[in-house]
Ligand binder design. Structure first.
Ligand SMILES: [Zn+2]
Length: 229
């Protein structure tokens, strides 16, 4: 009997905390995310869940390839990105500060489409995976200024590899392209011309390798021996 009472009180406390979170009264640091080295500031509780999920997927993905999260990351969700961000960007990683800024889901939805697909919570989680992928891999580059396409290769591969398979198939169909073993096709020019296509081609390139080849290629990119300027 006593135990039951206690459980009921615990349930009430949890409900109360969840209510506070919904009201936006939480706590600068999002408690739902207990990932090491990750500090999240996400005003909306539902956004926080998505960001946590996407970030956790990216962490797991890179851990499977031998790349741990080495540096602390501070991720903040806002209705606007910092000044000087591209008008078409939904997120930005500032390597020198270890900071990620992401749009709130309500601001992201105003884009209408992303990757030729209507904005959804699944896509929002993938956006978080993309930005956290930048943060994880940034600390592993062996050169001071890795190329833009090297950085984006990792972020897009993680984005595609960690999203639900049905969504991935749907997006890839809208970005048709051949698979090449030769990474020279993943150039800065291709990225600048069409970042989404570059992302899809990066994932196809990744998919074409076995696990050992992937690890070796990741190391080559981090050493500046592949996807260099
Ligand atoms: Zn990126």
């Amino acid at each position: 009997m006593k135990e039951k009472k206690c459980t009921r009180w615990q349930a009430r406390l949890i409900a109360f905390l969840a209510c506070l979170a919904h009201a936006g009264l939480t706590l600068a640091v999002t408690p739902a995310c207990t990932m090491d080295k990750m500090q999240l500031i996400v005003p909306d509780a539902r956004d926080a869940e998505d960001v946590c999920l996407g970030a956790a997927r990216a962490v797991t993905f890179f851990a499977e390839h031998g790349l741990a999260m080495k540096e602390p990351v501070h991720l903040e969700v806002r209705d606007r990105l910092p000044p000087n961000s591209s008008a078409t960007a939904a997120g930005i990683f500032l390597a020198e500060k270890g900071q990620v800024f992401m749009l709130s889901y309500s601001a992201f939805r105003k884009f209408g489409n992303w990757f030729n697909t209507p904005i959804s919570r699944d896509l929002y989680q993938s956006l978080a995976a993309h930005e956290i992928a930048h943060a994880i891999t940034s600390a592993h580059f062996q050169r001071d200024k890795p190329s833009v396409h090297a950085r984006e290769y990792f972020a897009y591969v993680a984005l595609f590899a960690t999203m639900p398979a049905s969504l991935r198939e749907r997006i890839l169909k809208t970005l048709p392209g051949q698979t090449y073993d030769d990474e020279s096709r993943l150039s800065l020019m291709v990225y600048l011309m069409d970042p989404m296509f570059f992302g899809a081609q990066s994932y196809r390139h990744y998919l074409n390798m076995n696990q050992d080849q992937r690890k070796a290629f990741f190391l080559a990119v981090l050493d500046g021996k592949a996807l260099a300027e």
